[in-house]
Design a binder for this molecule. Structure first.
Ligand code: FEO
Ligand code: CA
Ligand code: CA
Ligand code: CA
Length: 667
């Protein structure tokens, strides 16, 4: 039987409390327009917990093959690829994977009960009655074959054909793990086979919900109703709702389908082809699933790919619940979805489309969140308005509604016969509305304290391309006000302030909060708040740290990816950069308010080859969960370049770590 204390979650209560505190905190007028070149409005830190920042001593950049932490911090490895989620399973160890013998006909069935590969997003839900226990949801984004299969050959197709059982195994290693956690004297540990423990894979049945449910474009041979789909994969970042469910984001789904070009050449199905126009598929897939499983061969199932690329909602407390794809939130390379309440108690979700020149989105529910009735909220994400962002000069911007037949644009004449087609062909609809092409939007996250929204634009080296041709329209792909670097190898973070401090506003102010890079570089210009950040005028190396003026105090940083907030409102950033730029990836913290706004410190350096994901705090702020994804990338199982976390010359494995202070106090 389930522990009934798991049935309600405190997350919505926290959100409400924080909503109140931020309305007290943001002084009237402090959200004035952030004019390019003028001082961005910064609320003074009236809240003492914000002004009293504990400053970390920086760690890194390094190239060491281990987790390095600022003094006073410690970490535990919570769980890694192959570890058992249930009792009586020895799991798959880094010793086992030194040979390929483990990959047999039973490997997929075993993997369905074990922690998956390449853990990414993390979402922690605390149990209200027992604060020492909780549930952690973890995405498994993809498989790096070189880091999983001994003897993997560069000819991927030939290798998959010789090891057909690898496809079912890879499908089982994708998706989501739902873990029960318990905190003891020695920190958090996974409770194997706890009441919420669950694995969701690329083959778990899911419901398609919202405006695209049942649409012709989502109908397949296996599902003529267009309502039920198997699985989720390519799940990158995520989020959670005020009612305590998990949102997992389907990102690079185009890598999983093959045969698209030959299908397009021979097919007369123009409606389906139009749906692929802004999201081209490939002839050869990245992982060879199409060679073994016809669902991934576009020639056999031309519409299967349209059933992926959505936000999926999972109830972590009900292991038997059916995950739901929420089509109202649009279809694109979803990085994540981060929610906050609007002034009138509805829910806004902020989202990025992580591809060069793609857009930032917001969804606002039609109906209000009901904090007293969890069940009443469970389908809130099916009704509401999806918006895409246009960033204008002078630090202003507008949320453009992606609504069928509104403004005389998103109608049949332009290729949208219904709202279903608007959400399925979301990118093309956003093109037509004139959204601003961004430098690969990753996490877009509202501060639970101030309501300000931070978006990680991870990088884009192609801004030199001046013109695009999407859906027959010309779109300027040169630098713009919100993406000012012609050559943005280090990425940046934009701060967005909704009008009236209300997440349902249609207009907003914005400013550049961080231009990432290496301030130690002598040729880097360390920009002050008074210096204009104008499109096209910045060198690749120039940096800006939220107006902080002392370059010797801040850490170098490259390619911000996931973002998070601790309970005091500091912004936490993890990175996914080429190690050549600065060094190993890591975790950073920066105040967004007060005199230390922009004082960015690196608190963790990751093992060789890893990107860092997650940034998830326990509500008391004492534990920070991070994902160490693909340590050892660039090497192979046979020739590892990382041995983390098991050491002893063993191949590396992705894993989740829990960081805390030595004395157990909040970070
Ligand atoms: Fe999977 Fe956008 O990183
Ligand atoms: Ca990511
Ligand atoms: Ca996040
Ligand atoms: Ca990334």
């Amino acid at each position: 039987m389930e522990d009934s204390s798991h049935q309600t979650l405190t997350y919505f209560g926290e959100l409400l409390a924080r909503r109140l505190s931020r309305r007290d905190f943001v002084a009237t007028g402090s959200v004035a327009a952030a004019v390019a070149g003028a001082l961005p409005a910064v609320a003074s830190a009236s809240n003492s917990s914000l002004s009293h920042q504990r400053v970390f001593k920086s760690v890194g950049p390094t190239r060491e093959d281990r987790v390095l932490l600022s003094p006073g911090l410690r970490h535990d490895v919570l769980i890694g690829w192959g570890d058992p989620l249930f009792k009586d399973d020895p799991g798959l160890t880094s010793r086992d994977i030194r040979s390929i013998d483990w990959l047999d006909a039973r490997a997929a069935a075993k993997q369905e009960k074990r922690f998956g590969t390449n853990n990414d997003a993390l979402a922690f839900f605390v149990s209200p009655k027992k604060r020492s226990s909780g549930v952690l949801c973890v995405n498994h984004e993809y498989v790096v074959p070189e880091l999983s299969f001994a003897g993997f050959s560069k000819d991927r197709e030939a290798w998959v054909r010789a090891h057909p059982e690898a496809v079912a195994w890879m499908q089982a290693a994708h998706g989501v793990s739902v873990l029960d956690l318990e905190r003891g004297l020695r920190g958090w540990r996974v409770v194997r086979g706890g009441p919420s423990t669950r694995r969701i894979t690329a083959n778990t049945p899911m419901q398609i919900m919202g405006p695209a449910r049942g649409d012709t474009l989502l109908q397949t041979n296996a599902d003529p109703s267009g309502t039920t789909v198997l699985g989720t994969f390519a799940n990158c970042a995520g989020g959670k709702t005020p009612w305590g469910t998990y949102l997992t984001a389907e990102e690079n789904i185009q890598d999983y389908f093959g045969g698209a070009r030959s299908w397009a050449e021979s097919s007369a199905d123009d409606a389906t082809k139009l749906a692929y126009r802004r999201w081209p598929l490939r002839e050869r897939s990245a992982f060879g699933w199409d060679l073994i499983d016809k669902r991934f061969d576009v020639r056999r199932e031309p519409r299967e790919a349209l059933r992926h690329g959505w936000i999926v909602e999972i109830d972590p407390l009900e292991p038997s619940s059916i995950p739901k794809k929420r089509t109202a939130l649009g279809r694109f390379c979803h990085e994540g979805a981060n929610t906050i309440l609007t002034a009138d108690g509805r829910v806004a979700a902020y989202m990025g489309d992580d591809t060069k020149f793609e857009y930032v989105y917001k969804f606002v529910t039609r109906d209000r969140f009901n904090p007293k009735d969890r069940a009443a909220n469970l389908d809130l994400l099916d009704h509401g308005t999806l918006y895409v962002a246009r960033f204008d000069a002078e630090g202003r911007g507008e949320w453009l509604p992606l609504v069928h037949d509104e403004n005389g644009l998103l109608n049949s004449r332009n290729g949208f016969r219904s709202q279903a087609e608007v959400v399925i062909k979301c990118r093309a609809a956003a093109d037509i509305l004139g959204a601003t092409p961004m430098d690969r939007p990753e996490d877009v996250e509202p501060s639970p304290i101030t309501g300000r929204v931070y978006m990680a634009l991870t990088k884009n080296g192609d801004r030199a391309i001046r013109r695009g041709d999407f859906m027959g329209r010309e779109i300027n792909l040169g630098p713009n006000f919100a993406n000012p670097r012609p050559q943005n190898d280090f990425g940046h973070i934009v701060e967005l302030i909704e009008d009236n401090d209300d997440a349902s506003s249609k207009r907003f102010s914005w400013n550049v909060f961080l231009l990432a890079g290496d301030p130690r570089n002598a040729s880097a210009k360390f920009l002050s708040q008074a210096e204009q950040v104008l499109p096209g005028r910045l060198a690749r190396e120039d940096v800006f740290y939220g107006g902080f003026t002392d370059r010797s105090q801040v850490s170098p940083i490259a390619c911000p990816d996931n973002l998070g907030f601790d309970p005091t409102g500091r912004l936490w950033i993890v990175t996914d950069a080429d190690e050549e730029l600065i060094g190993n990836n890591g975790c950073f913290v920066v105040p967004t308010s007060g005199p230390d706004r922009g004082l960015l410190k690196q608190i963790m350096s990751a093992p060789v080859g890893a990107e860092v994901c997650g940034c998830e705090f326990t509500p008391d702020g004492t534990t920070l969960f991070l994902s160490i994804q693909h340590p050892g990338e660039g090497g192979t199982v046979d020739n590892p370049v990382s041995h983390w976390p098991d050491g002893q010359e063993l191949p590396a494995r992705s894993a989740v770590i829990a960081i805390s202070r030595d004395d157990g106090s909040p970070l």
